[in-house]
Ligand binder design. Structure first.
Ligand SMILES: [Zn+2]
Length: 75
């Protein structure tokens, strides 16, 4: 355990493999320049939407739609 606390939830931060991780957010904290969870999710959603427009594979489409649905619940 480190003396630092998560900026988002206030949980103590843990160091693992040289990275600082919040056990609550399970998100890697590497400094203020890192995107927030929200930003990362928006980025991922944009990537998924791009992929959705390109693929004709029904299995992949289903998978992407599930992922988009999960992301929607998080943001
Ligand atoms: Zn946290």
């Amino acid at each position: 355990m480190t003396s630092r606390h998560c900026e988002k939830c206030g949980y103590p931060l843990f160091e693992k493999d040289g990275k600082t991780i919040c056990a609550n957010c399970t998100e890697e904290e590497e400094g203020s320049s890192q995107p927030t969870t929200d930003a990362a999710l928006h980025l991922k959603r944009a990537e998924l939407l791009d992929r959705l427009g390109e693929t004709k594979d029904l299995n992949e489409i289903e998978h992407i739609l599930r992922c988009l649905h999960l992301i929607k619940e998080l943001i």
